[in-house]
Design a protein. Structure first.
Length: 554
């Protein structure tokens, strides 16, 4: 009986001791967390010891001072670290005082956080940094931000710990993880903890393998790099698991890179479609080599600029609707300019392509100079409405809202033009004149009027293309020159006068260009595409989709 009682008492003592140790460790961790994230009352000599290490001008002392500062609870600690990162932390070699400069340039005493008056700035020296000090500073900043009330700062701190993998941060990360309520930030905290455990060779193998699974699920380039680093410094199952995870992530990222190239290619193709679809009418349908087509695009962009300037001056509340207002105005303005050009110049040059090219080239120079005289040669700012600002993530790809809306706009313009040519009386007359001018004239169609309106339609579409391009390119007198050659390439490759060919050619050339750029470079990639189109036209002179019409008859 005595033995049983003695054993029971021993078990109770062991259990009490175990619980005491557990709660004692928790108290230490909570105390550390409280010290790291709240200003607390510390002994003066402790604070002075921490600050004195910054004044020794020795890198090991500075690194130790940063580590002590993170757990000291000094109210100016976060500001000191920010000042150190900005090279605005100073020490006095004589008094050993430490000072920082705030955003206004005022000198602040790190000891008290108040303005330091009477301190000779000429005597102060900057606290120096090397890579080791910089790493310690980043780790300390991350630790101080782990429990910030600002979610963005907590997220940034968790990402910082994930990259630094400092074992000293593990207790802080664990405590922050238990307190975190936001699911997204909690996931990053789990990844940060996993990066520390997986990188620590002293940890249990099972824990490291579980941590590797968390890192694999992250699946980005940072995770792949971390897994490769762990594989290089580990053995056995940990090494094999890390290598397999790195290979799997790299394969998935390579696939997403192709998806990203396709997206960028479609985005570029939509821009080419907008720039070329008006030319598909003036060149493809009417057979006119219009070198001033790019200037119609430029005039549309400047119309957007004028509309936004008027809105800023008279009714700023309408700014988010500025593009919707500019689209019809740009179409009407550039369409009117196109009709005037056709009636005064182009109508006398039908059937004379070389003279048409020279006349429209001269006209393009005149329009550029006119715009320079009115608006100046400098780029003009055209703002983006709220719905076209920002981006969203699709897997590891960042999709910008502006580019997405331009793709939607290009498709809408294409469908609208297609419907105009297919189901309206004007479209029927225009197609009739394209296919057989003499027969259309004999049937009572005013071919001269159709020519003028068709040229105005092509110019108007170029104008609304300029509205879209003003969101992704510089609005300047040279804007149109950047797209005129590519527009001709799209029209010729797709098939002269065929709208579907223009669509397929624009998207194909856009995607091909984005896949060639990483291999051959931007300039050489365009040259290769041009050579390909020349060889292709030798084989199929009418392009991808042949169309019977005036150009064929000529």
């Amino acid at each position: 009986m005595t033995r049983l009682l003695g054993a029971a008492v021993s078990r109770v003592r062991v259990e009490l001791t175990r619980k005491a140790l557990k709660w004692g460790a928790a108290a230490v961790l909570f105390g550390l967390m409280g010290a790291a994230f709240q200003p607390v009352s510390l002994r003066a000599d402790t604070i002075d010891d921490v600050l004195a290490k910054f004044a020794t001008d020795r890198f090991p002392d500075t690194e130790k001072a940063i580590q002590d500062l993170a757990s000291s609870g000094l109210a100016t600690g976060p500001a000191m670290l920010e000042a150190l990162a900005a090279s605005q932390l100073y020490f006095d070699p004589i008094s050993k005082g430490v000072f920082l400069k705030d955003s206004s340039g005022a000198l602040i005493a790190a000891r008290t956080g108040v303005k330091a008056d009477g301190v000779p700035e000429a005597r102060l020296k900057k606290v120096r940094m090397n890579n080791s000090v910089r790493g310690a500073m980043q780790t300390a900043q991350g630790a101080l931000s782990l429990m910030s009330p600002d979610p963005a700062k907590r997220l940034s701190a968790a990402e910082s710990v994930f990259k630094s993998r400092d074992p000293a941060s593990l207790p802080l990360v664990q405590m922050a993880l238990e307190a975190e309520k936001d699911a997204r930030i909690r996931g990053v905290f789990e990844q940060a903890r996993a990066s520390i455990i997986a990188s620590d060779n002293s940890q249990d193998e099972i824990k490291r393998l579980d941590a590797l699974d968390v890192i694999k699920d992250r699946g980005d380039q940072d995770a792949a790099s971390l897994l490769s680093t762990i594989a290089a410094s580990s053995n056995g199952r940990v090494k094999a698991s890390a290598e397999d995870g790195a290979r799997a992530i790299q394969s998935r990222l390579a696939l997403w890179a192709h998806v990203q190239n396709i997206w960028y290619g479609l985005s570029l193709g939509s821009v080419l479609l907008l720039a070329a679809i008006g030319l598909a009418i003036t060149f493809g349908v009417m057979g006119i080599i219009n070198m001033a087509h790019g200037e119609m695009v430029m005039l549309g962009a400047y119309t957007t600029f004028v509309v936004q300037e008027w809105i800023r001056a008279h009714n700023p509340a309408l700014f988010n609707y500025s593009l919707l207002i500019a689209i019809p105005l740009a179409f009407v303005f550039t369409g009117f300019i196109g009709v005037v050009i056709e009636r005064t110049i182009i109508r006398f040059l039908y059937g004379r392509p070389l003279e048409t090219l020279l006349a429209t080239f001269g006209l393009s120079l005149m329009l550029q100079q006119a715009v320079r005289s009115i608006f100046g040669a400098n780029n003009r700012e055209v703002g983006a409405p709220a719905f076209m600002s920002g981006s969203f993530d699709f897997g590891p790809i960042a999709v910008t809202s502006g580019r997405m809306w331009i793709i939607v706009f290009a498709i809408a313009v294409f469908v609208g033009l297609l419907m105009l040519l297919r189901v309206t009386p004007f479209g029927l007359r225009m197609r009739a004149v394209t296919q057989n001018r003499r027969m259309a004239s004999a049937m009572g169609i005013d071919t001269n009027r159709v020519d003028a309106l068709a040229f105005g339609l092509g110019s108007g579409i170029a104008g609304i293309a300029g509205v879209a391009l003003s969101q992704i390119d510089n609005v300047s007198p040279n804007l149109g020159q950047s797209y005129i050659i590519d527009s001709f390439m799209v029209v010729v490759f797709g098939g002269v006068g065929n709208l579907w060919g223009t669509l397929v050619a624009a998207l194909s050339l856009g995607v091909a260009n984005k896949f060639l750029e990483p291999i051959a470079g931007a300039v050489l990639g365009k040259i290769l595409l041009l050579v390909f189109i020349i060889l292709f036209i030798q084989k199929r002179p009418r392009g991808l989709f042949a169309l019977k019409g005036r150009a064929v008859e000529a």
